[in-house]
Ligand binder design. Structure first.
Ligand code: SF4
Length: 439
């Protein structure tokens, strides 16, 4: 069969799609990005907040439209939207031929056979049947890849639907993670981006304690891996052992994604976030003390039920004081099935968004200030791509994760190749990006 595989959402969902793709290719099928040439289109959806759900539904209807030109096209929906809204998809989008829960990703080839025979399929294994140790392809540019070290989440933040969708936290064994990291290195990957819903919970279930530092140490021993980037840490769980490993392991980048969501103790408590104001400030202080040039990325939510103007102002002051190097702020979005969605004191939708926009205004000034300080500095970058039109290399520094952070532009005549890790000198900056020359 000829298969189109569209993957939406976060890097963790991308890894699931890479595993689906590996099964499909191993079964002898081929892939195309052109749905009008395909027998089956698989849409690996995201479904954790409203905007993601809208994007997923839009992609499903793109496939329905493609079927007008290609009547044999079968549509299979996998991923978080399928896991969360099985009945709604079946009832509201009858054009869909199969809805597949994350626990049945392993059956993808059998499901393809069935839909091509004309059968409509609804298959839902247990969430915990999702095999995150399965073999995968690498769909990112070959010099970097995401390594998913655990699935699900047990933190139970009251606004979050992920535990409802992905199930409880379950770590992969260290051996399984290392085996995949070695495969990635053999395939030419130099930057491994370690992801999970909460990487700081890694190992607690399997080994009775956090083993993130041990895993990072082992990844650091793999030849070919030059950069290790850590994403999605939980402030309350950030141990000194992990910070020491980050500080002492030369391959671990001075970068950490540390979503805090808010800073006011009452709001954090009503979000069911473990650890309050002091723990968050302490985590940031410990990181900056141990790794002076660290880039901390964080995520905030404004307009959470009951958030007062005073509590919001406290958050604004904290953002001004802390000067995070990278920050994203989202207006609270009610998610069915979550505790927060049932709370009485919902904040007006426009106020939620106004608060988020104002925080991003504050952050824009901080970004411009931080970026300006980079001028004249020598930094390491990885070459992600070449822009033919503008004749420049598009790179990322040690301080930039793919897709969510800034870029570093280097003159196109420079003696570099895509995938190289090189030293450059920053000659100019703007709010998000830098312009540099090869050293
Ligand atoms: S830590 Fe909280 S916000 Fe993050 S995935 Fe888990 S429940 Fe959701």
């Amino acid at each position: 069969m000829v298969i189109t595989l569209v993957s939406l959402g976060c890097p963790k969902n991308q890894v699931d799609a890479d595993i689906l793709a590996h099964s499909i290719l191993k079964a002898g099928h081929t892939t195309t990005t052109d749905m009008t040439q395909a027998d089956v289109c698989i849409i690996n959806t995201c479904g954790f907040i409203t905007s993601a759900k809208e994007e997923a539904i839009e992609n499903i209807f793109n496939a329905v439209e493609a079927r007008l030109e290609n009547p044999k096209l079968k549509i299979v929906v996998t991923g978080c939207l399928a896991e969360r809204y099985r009945d709604e998809i079946i009832n509201d989008i009858p054009e869909v031929n199969a809805v597949v829960g994350i626990g049945s990703n392993g059956d993808i080839c059998d499901i393809i056979e069935e839909v091509v025979k004309g059968n409509n399929i609804c298959r839902y294994g247990k969430k915990t049947d999702l095999d995150i140790t399965a073999k995968r392809i690498i769909s990112t540019p070959k010099h970097y890849a995401y390594l998913k070290i655990a699935e699900g989440c047990s933190n139970g933040c009251y606004y979050c639907a992920i535990p409802l969708i992905r199930g409880p936290h379950r770590s992969r064994a260290i051996e399984s993670c290392i085996e995949e990291a070695k495969f990635l290195a053999e395939e030419g990957v130099k930057e491994i981006i370690v992801v999970a819903q909460d990487i700081t919970a890694y190992g607690e279930d399997l080994y009775g304690e956090c083993k993130l530092h041990t895993l990072v140490q082992e990844i650091g021993k793999i030849e070919g891996i030059q950069w290790i980037r850590l994403m999605y840490a939980y402030p309350e769980r950030l141990t000194d052992t992990v910070i020491e490993e980050m500080a002492n392991n030369p391959k671990v980048l001075p970068y950490l994604d540390l979503p805090i969501q808010h800073i006011n103790d009452r709001v954090l408590k009503s979000m069911n976030r473990k650890g309050g104001n002091e723990i968050i400030k302490d985590a940031v202080a410990r990181l900056r003390k141990a790794i002076p040039n660290i880039t901390i990325r964080t995520t905030l939510i404004t307009g959470y039920p009951g958030e007062t103007e005073e509590e919001y102002n406290e958050l604004c002051e904290f953002v001004k004081e802390t000067k995070f190097e990278r920050l994203g702020c989202f207006a609270y979005s009610e998610e069915e099935g979550t505790v927060a969605a049932r709370m009485e004191n919902q904040v007006d939708v426009d106020v939620r968004q106004q608060r988020a926009d104002s925080i991003m205004m504050i952050q824009t000034d901080i970004m411009a200030e931080n970026q300006a300080k980079m001028t004249g500095k020598e930094i390491e970058v990885i070459v992600d791509d070449y822009d033919n039109e503008n004749e420049i290399f598009i790179c990322r520094s040690v301080y930039d994760a793919p897709e969510i952070d800034g870029e570093v532009y280097v003159d196109g005549k420079s003696e570099v190749e895509i995938g190289d890790i090189v030293k450059v000198k920053v000659i100019q900056s703007d709010i998000y990006d830098l312009y540099a020359e090869l050293v």
